[in-house]
Design a protein around this ligand. Structure first.
Ligand SMILES: Nc1nc2c(ncn2[C@@H]2O[C@H](COP(=O)(O)OP(=O)(O)O)[C@@H](O)[C@H]2O)c(=O)[nH]1
Ligand SMILES: [Mg+2]
Length: 400
């Protein structure tokens, strides 16, 4: 009984309490990380925290070649954090990297509050956002995959110290049972996913003879907003990370060429690997697409990093070489920030390496509907080309 409650607790969200939970953020920076990058990483972490329903009240950083193996940060810094956490009665301390089980244990002992790492936070948001049976099962699978290696390492750690004073953890056999329970759960969820996958495969197969276009990009760049704009449908868009976890498909017709447009889950820096693994079937929408629209938020100070992360993730799912239209979005925000005209901003981007690298690119504002006709026309050309490859005889004019 005790065990299952603990596992339920692992997968429960941390945002359901009436009062907003308070969080401290902790990150370390190595010599390659600039102050601006560090600030941006923390800002993103704070955004993740607020998306999952808690409130960030302070951040702590330390320059270290790599995180401390015992406590992530050094001894002195940890004391600072502990003092502050106690003073402000903080609920959660969030770390910008993944923590090992022993780090979690040590930190829990030192800080006496809930310890979260980046992966758990992202998994938490995914579990909040997952709506369909498929994505819920995928998130659950990712959560158990996250737990399993940690249990294993915890178990071997404990077995060495059997009988040690103050060992509150469960005994060897209990941990064996835990591992079995988790493994059983994982194989059950995998079976369930296979079943769901079969159904969605059939669904996708029925759509096979249509040109398929997938919206990809970092989280919060405007994918869903663009989906809504192009398909004139009511797709959920929000200024939150991972507002959409499930993919949505809509039929879009431009100049009589019909195609299917898919909104997909966004990517993020250090996306937990287990999550990509278990989201494979959701990502199939990307893998099976004929054309990708890679949306970039140019108002983001590190949009080039985001662009690279997306391309890396695409490569991980074997989708890096698809015909891609790069859509530079939110130019309205960029021009306001830099007091430029739209024309000046576009010229500036075209000169940058991202603009130069991508001959297929458009500059738009989805919110203010800037350059949408050009965007549609470019998308149409791409879709048309693909369309006539699939249906060589369609709409070909009879010469007589
Ligand atoms: N200023 C501005 N905001 C935008 C633009 N496009 C999207 N947004 C906002 O960016 C946020 C994220 O948009 P969303 O479509 O949910 O992003 P997604 O996570 O990529 O699907 C929302 O608050 C949108 O209103 C744009 O062109 N200009
Ligand atoms: Mg979205």
């Amino acid at each position: 009984m005790k065990r299952s409650i603990r596992f339920a607790a692992m997968s429960k969200t941390y945002s359901t309490s009436a009062k907003k939970e308070t969080a401290l953020l902790v990150a370390v920076a190595d010599q390659h990380t600039t102050a601006e990058q560090l600030a941006e990483h923390l800002e993103e972490l704070a955004f993740l925290v607020s998306t999952s329903g808690a409130e960030t009240i302070s951040t702590f950083t330390q320059n270290l070649p790599k995180p401390d193996i015992r406590t992530y940060v050094g001894k002195g810094k940890l004391e600072d954090i502990a003092t502050y956490a106690k003073l402000k009665d903080v609920d959660i301390v969030v770390f910008d990297d993944d923590l090992s089980p022993s780090q979690v244990r040590n930190l829990e002992a030192e800080l006496a509050c809930k310890i979260l790492d980046r992966s758990l936070l992202i998994l938490d948001i995914f579990s909040l956002r997952a709506k369909t049976a498929q994505s819920r099962t995928q998130v659950e699978l990712a959560q158990y995959e996250y737990i399993l290696p940690r249990l294993t390492r915890m178990w071997s750690h404990l077995s060495k110290q059997k009988g040690g004073i103050g060992m509150k953890g469960p005994g060897e056999t209990e941990l064996e049972t835990d591992r079995r329970i988790v493994r059983d759960k994982i194989s059950l969820l995998k079976k369930k996913l296979v079943k769901i996958d079969k159904q969605s495969f059939i669904q996708r197969k029925n759509r096979q003879r249509m040109v398929r276009v997938a919206l990809v990009g970092y989280t919060n760049v405007g994918k869903s907003t663009i989906m809504r704009l192009l398909s004139k449908s009511d797709v959920f868009a929000e200024n939150k990370l991972f507002a959409t976890v499930d993919s949505t498909v809509r039929k879009v017709v431009i100049n009589q060429i019909p195609f299917l447009l898919t909104d997909t889950v966004g990517f993020i820096r250090k996306l937990p690997h287990g999550l990509i693994e278990s989201f494979k079937s959701t990502l199939d929408e990307i893998r099976e697409a004929d054309i990708l629209l890679h949306i970039v938020d140019v108002s983001h100070p590190f949009f080039e990093d985001q662009y690279d992360i997306v391309n890396k993730t695409l490569a991980e799912i074997d989708s890096a070489d698809k015909p891609t239209l790069v859509v530079f979005n939110k130019i309205d925000k960029y021009t306001k920030m830099h007091k430029l005209s739209n024309e000046e901003a576009i010229l500036h981007f075209k000169e940058m390496h991202l603009g130069k690298e991508n001959d297929q690119s458009v500059f738009i504002s989805a919110t203010y509907k800037l350059n949408i006709p050009e965007f549609r026309a470019t998308l149409f050309d791409l879709a048309e080309e693909r369309f006539y490859t699939i249906f060589p005889n369609y709409l070909k004019k009879d010469p007589y």
